[in-house]
Design a protein around this ligand. Structure first.
Ligand code: F6R
Length: 241
């Protein structure tokens, strides 16, 4: 596990976006794994700037997103599909047919089956970006998630609901369940980069690096992966020795 501490969010974004750019340059039809939430937004902004400047070709890139709220349509502004369109996909020449985000409406069993099948046939993911929850979740694999878990519906913990209420008008509007890629599927990625900013993430980053591998802190499962890079600011890295 490589740990990189940067001074500013902008420096994190430049570093991580370069990882994605290098991956696309190396392989035009790379399979890239994306996350939502606040942490990766500045990286996505850098990727958009790069696209505008260099016309980098995303047309063959295949994308997988980690998760989606149950019950939200793609057109819902709080859905992760909408988030990805707004913050990245609508700004680059990614091919719509190459985008894979689990659908949280309709027949969830079928949706999950399809998503896993696509991941199996198009994967492994070459480069996966992750954020981290204050409780150590990766994707929406909440504490208690098994290392062998696959894509499934998961109950969000109260602190995840609280943490994500900032995106909604009211805490009661935050969906209580989500579809998440499982830990086992995440660990199949060839390379993983996890980004975190701010003091609220310091304990989770400490556990990720120094904690005992256990389902109590799902992030610790990343210790078992051969190629993980952690890119944090000083506040998120403040408990590291
Ligand atoms: C979102 C996801 C979550 C977030 C995590 C941190 O796709 O997979 O694990 O990365 O909840 O969220 P932020 O970045 O908003 O603090």
């Amino acid at each position: 596990m490589e740990i990189i501490i940067k001074k500013t969010e902008q420096e994190i974004a430049e570093y991580v976006s370069n990882m994605f750019i290098n991956q696309i340059n190396k392989k035009a039809n790379s399979v890239l794994g994306f996350a939502t939430g606040s942490s990766p937004i500045s990286t996505y902004q850098q990727l958009i700037l790069d696209y505008e400047k260099s016309n980098r070709d995303w047309s063959q890139v295949i994308t997988f997103n980690l998760d989606e709220y149950v019950g939200l349509k793609q057109t819902d502004e709080q859905s992760y599909y909408y988030f990805m369109q707004k913050n990245l996909f609508s700004k680059i020449n990614v091919n719509k047919a190459n985008i894979h985000i689990p659908s949280g409406i309709g027949n969830l069993v079928k949706n999950i089956e399809n998503y896993e099948k696509e991941l199996d046939s198009l994967g492994p993911i070459d480069l996966q970006i992750l954020g981290i929850g204050v409780n150590g979740h990766i994707a929406f694999n909440e504490p208690g998630s098994d290392i062998s878990s696959l894509t499934r519906v998961i109950d969000l913990t109260q602190n995840t609901i609280e943490a994500n209420k900032r995106f909604f008008d009211n805490v009661n509007d935050v969906p209580k369940t989500a579809i998440t890629m499982g830990i086992s599927s995440i660990l199949k990625s060839n390379k993983i980069v996890l980004v975190a900013q701010g003091k609220s993430k310091a304990q989770a980053i400490y556990e990720l690096v120094n904690g005992t591998v256990s389902a109590q802190w799902p992030c610790t499962f990343l210790q078992t992966h051969k190629d993980v890079v952690i890119v944090v600011d000083e506040a998120a890295g403040s408990l590291l020795k």
